[in-house]
Design a protein. Structure first.
Length: 238
């Protein structure tokens, strides 16, 4: 999608965009409107030099280029309400700082296979859910609900208001995953392999859990670790 007018129209009519590329020197009322609407609808904005936009091999972009979302994003409260009204105990997966689309794709495949109702991601600091991510997920990202939020902290607050307990995966935790109760309405937070879960986000969680390991090794691949936790959750729910 090319140009500020087209992007503004897309946002105002509810079209879902994956992200917006904005010339970091662009000014004007239309540019301000793009920024405002992007924030309102939690669409990530990448501020880039004009050369980056020109690299898309397009002209007359007016400093704005947007990518149409390949994944259909859903409202978190709508998903919570739908799941609870269907008589199931919600199970959500929160991804914090995971940028490798191969990991995200693998996680999505496992989440779909283990009964996760939705994956919650932030609008910034996560890998783009583009065609490569969908391919890596073997199409799972097109089948599982994805909720993109502008704040994971606020998302956890919303989960708490709906009676959902939030578990944080932490290799230093005292409780093993087998001792956690995943049969209740639950959400599981997974952080990046490099930095783990953001400290303030960790404090918002109700309980820390870990995967027991016999060998002395720093950590597991995040996709593998997520799979182990989700299969424990599924086992308890079967």
């Amino acid at each position: 999608m090319i140009g500020p007018a087209a992007v503004i129209q897309a946002l105002e009519t509810g079209m879902q965009l994956d992200r917006i590329y904005l010339d970091n020197r662009a000014l004007g009322q239309d540019i301000s409107t793009v920024k405002k609407l992007a924030a309102q609808y939690a669409v990530p904005v990448n501020y880039v030099p004009a050369a980056k936009l020109n690299g898309f091999n397009i002209t007359n972009h007016g400093g704005v280029v947007a990518q149409i979302a390949k994944v259909h994003y859903q409202d978190l409260q709508d998903v919570i309400s739908f799941v609870t009204e269907s008589g199931e105990a919600p199970l959500f997966l929160i991804l914090d700082g995971i940028t490798d689309i191969r990991n995200i794709g693998g996680i999505a495949r496992t989440a779909l296979c283990t009964g996760v109702h939705a994956i919650i991601i932030p609008d910034k600091g996560v890998g783009a859910l583009n065609e490569d991510a969908i391919l890596t997920s073997a199409g799972a990202l097109e089948k599982i609900a994805v909720c993109r939020v502008n704040s994971l902290m606020k998302a956890i607050d919303e989960l708490h208001l709906n009676g959902i307990r939030v578990f944080a995966a932490d290799m230093k935790a005292e409780k093993n995953i087998a001792d956690a109760d995943f049969s209740i309405p639950a959400a599981i937070v997974m952080g990046s392999e490099e930095k783990g879960i953001y400290p303030a986000l960790m404090k918002s969680c109700d309980e820390k859990i870990k995967i027991p390991m016999r060998g002395e090794f720093e950590s597991l691949n995040v996709s593998v670790a997520t799979g182990m936790i989700l299969y424990e959750a599924m086992k308890q729910r079967l």
